[in-house]
Design a protein around this ligand. Structure first.
Ligand code: NAI
Ligand code: MG
Length: 347
């Protein structure tokens, strides 16, 4: 039996950190089924070469031939480019990876991590403003741009169920719902009420009685995240707020280069570092590979390979704690390869 893992490094530092994650998985030996890697393409470079950012073949191979996947990062342009659309946003929808789970944990104050950060951002991954229905029209006073923000009961319920399940499995069992329903009472109101109603769903039968529920408006949530991160355990949020909050939370632990995620659906899981393609450091060999290695761990854990996942996480934590082999984002002087070597040694 083997574990078939699709690899989509995509653009920029994705090409530098995904091979590191692959090497870390290979080092696990018999703790996981023999991994078989399938190289796949997507991204801006693929688009400029072929005119398509997410080739149908990539989607088909993931769907039909892979058990899971690792995605690097894409360099999406900030201007509108005809025919281009972010492949990661599309992949999440194509494979119905409705939950984006992003743990942020501090392990060492020595490397500039704020103490006692131990939280998970659970981000809805398929709708909100990321349905990308935008229109530009001419109004009486110039151009007018509109975007549709879609919040459905269905998607809010399943992300709520995922958040309750995760919260219930943690020692503190505390869930904070992030919204802005004081202003957006219809869309965020539906999100808030639907998540709140999860414990009353048929079949739940008091399973979540031990979970305490809090709410925080998204703006003050960011404020409190910086002042008193320890109040948060599991945070559940609509797509855009979850995107912003998880990058903010990354600052608490010193670098985006440390934060992993998985995109999870009912039948597929894709690990992905939270960071982007980091054009400012691309090609320099100094990208932090730890977010990607942790994403591999998270993916393996989701698939039930706890021992392999624990070994990856422990190795990463040890390297951070020792503080000797770190990339420049953590004020170190090591390269991607040196950090990978240090992790491999610990594994
Ligand atoms: P970014 O995450 O690429 O970079 C933000 C800052 O963090 C930069 O200073 C970068 O050097 C640093 N950083 C990020 N990852 C790092 C790592 N592993 N090691 C060391 N330093 C790291 O975000 P930015 O600059 O806003 O976006 C750049 C591009 O990435 C854009 O084209 C954007 O569309 C894309 N992007 C793609 C994502 C994805 O593929 N899921 C997510 C976020 C952005
Ligand atoms: Mg982001």
């Amino acid at each position: 039996q083997s574990l078939r893992i699709g690899l989509i490094p995509a653009d920029g530092i994705g090409k530098e950190v995904i091979p590191a994650a692959r090497a870390a998985i290979e080092a696990l030996g018999s703790d996981i089924p023999k991994p078989q890697f399938v190289d796949l393409v997507a991204g801006w470079e693929t688009f400029t070469r072929t005119g398509v950012a997410l080739p149908q073949d990539t989607v088909d191979v993931l769907r039909n031939e892979c058990d899971c996947a690792l995605f690097g990062s894409v360099s999406s342009p900030s201007r509108k480019v005809v025919g281009y659309s972010s492949p990661i946003v599309a992949l999440r929808k194509e494979l119905d990876l409705y939950a984006n789970i992003r743990p942020v944990v501090s392990v060492s104050a020595e490397v500039g991590q704020k103490a006692s950060v131990d939280l998970i951002v659970v981000r809805e991954n398929t709708e909100c403003l990321y349905v990308k229905q935008e229109q530009l029209t001419d109004g009486p006073n110039g151009k007018e741009a509109r975007a549709t923000r879609l919040i459905t009961e269905h998607a809010s319920r399943r992300i709520g169920q995922m958040a309750f399940k995760l919260a219930n499995a943690r020692p503190r069992k505390h869930l904070t719902i992030i919204h802005k329903s004081n202003v957006l009472s219809v869309t965020d109101g539906l999100f808030r009420e639907t998540v709140r109603s999860v414990p009353t769903l048929p079949g739940v039968d008091g399973k979540y009685d031990g979970v305490t529920i809090a709410e925080q408006l998204v703006d003050s949530a960011v404020y409190r995240l910086f002042r008193e991160p320890e109040i948060f355990d599991v945070m559940v949020a609509p797509n855009l707020y979850g995107d912003i909050i998880s990058d903010a939370a990354a600052a608490l632990v010193g670098s985006l280069g440390l934060i992993p995620s998985i995109n999870a659906g009912d039948s597929f899981v894709m690990g992905e570092p939270v960071h982007g393609s980091a054009p400012d450091i691309e090609g320099k060999g100094i990208a932090n590979p730890l977010a990607s290695i942790r994403s591999a761990a998270l993916m393996l854990r989701h698939l039930g390979y706890t021992k392999g996942a624990d070994r990856l996480d422990t190795a990463v934590d040890q390297v951070i704690r020792e503080g000797k082999t770190l990339t420049p984002d953590l004020k170190g002087t090591s390269t991607t390869t040196e950090v990978l070597e240090a992790v491999l040694k610990k594994i």
